[in-house]
Write a protein that binds this ligand. Structure first.
Ligand code: AP5
Ligand code: MG
Length: 220
């Protein structure tokens, strides 16, 4: 099954996409994580895109589309994948439609006010997991439960970049929903609930039934 997760910044796309992928054996693809990997490792691509990501602008479509095309062709995607952060505009949707069939689409609904609160407490890990100082703290302060690496604040979680990212989401990404609504594969879930409750809504609308649920991601 190929799934897209949409939602404003801080709505929990990464949190939920990782859970769905892990519990159902799907590949997890986050364009944001791929870009951050290149920036951190100072690859040629990383040096080219850093100026966009840090201020909350979209990376140019030609670069983003190439990366997604390559990623979706990797063998782990044959069983299905969860896409987080792509497509974000019309050109990206057009490209996606030529390379993959999407079966289900989730939109996590969250107010901008709540999104901003979430991002101010987020701690990220280079392995892709996200934590929150209050809502989802790691077991050991500042350390990832999963890989043991040090957690960090994202450069683009500053107020100016967050404002820009939210504006782009409303202007360029939300208009894509109509395409999936017409195909009757778009489901909205309430992102204001706790992480486990959001996950349960997603499992229900996708018709999935996971045994593992959110266990590995919890603090207890
Ligand atoms: P990306 O990394 O995708 O960032 P984003 O879209 O801004 O989304 P976030 O990662 O900020 O939010 P999220 O919804 O994943 O929330 P999370 O689960 O972490 O993209 C970054 C940048 O890369 C872009 O700005 C752009 O520059 C570039 N880029 C990426 N894709 C691109 C593309 N396709 N084209 C061009 N450029 C692209 O959760 C947030 C926080 O809330 C965490 O602390 C979490 O623990 C907490 N939380 C989650 N759920 C809950 C809950 N239910 N209750 C309480 N707390 C919760
Ligand atoms: Mg994310």
């Amino acid at each position: 099954m190929n799934i897209i997760i949409f939602g404003p910044q801080g709505s929990g796309k990464g949190t939920q996409a990782e859970l769905i992928a892990r519990n159902h054996g799907l590949a997890y693809i986050s364009t944001g994580d791929i870009f951050r990997y290149h920036i951190k490792n100072k690859t040629d691509l990383g040096q080219e895109i850093e100026k966009y990501v840090t201020v909350g602008q979209l990376v140019p479509d030609e670069l983003t589309n190439e990366i997604v095309k390559d990623r979706i062709r990797q063998p782990d995607c044959v069983v299905g994948f969860v896409l987080d952060g792509y497509p974000r505009n019309k050109l990206q949707l057009e490209l996606l439609n030529t390379i993959a069939e999407i079966n289900q689409v989730i939109v996590i609904k969250l107010s901008d006010e709540e999104a901003i609160k979430r991002l101010s407490g987020r701690l990220a890990c280079k392995c892709g997991l996200s934590y929150h100082l209050i809502f989802n703290p790691p077991k050991k302060e500042g350390i990832c439960n999963h890989c043991g690496e040090k957690l960090f604040r994202r450069d683009d979680d500053n107020p100016q970049a967050v404002e820009k990212r939210l504006a782009i989401y409303h202007q360029e990404t939300e208009p894509l929903f109509d395409f999936f609504k017409q195909k009757r594969i778009l489901h909205e879930v309430d992102g204001h609930l706790a992480i486990e409750a959001v996950y349960q809504q997603i499992e229900t609308v996708l018709g999935l039934n996971s045994k593992n649920e959110t266990g590995l991601h919890q603090n207890s």
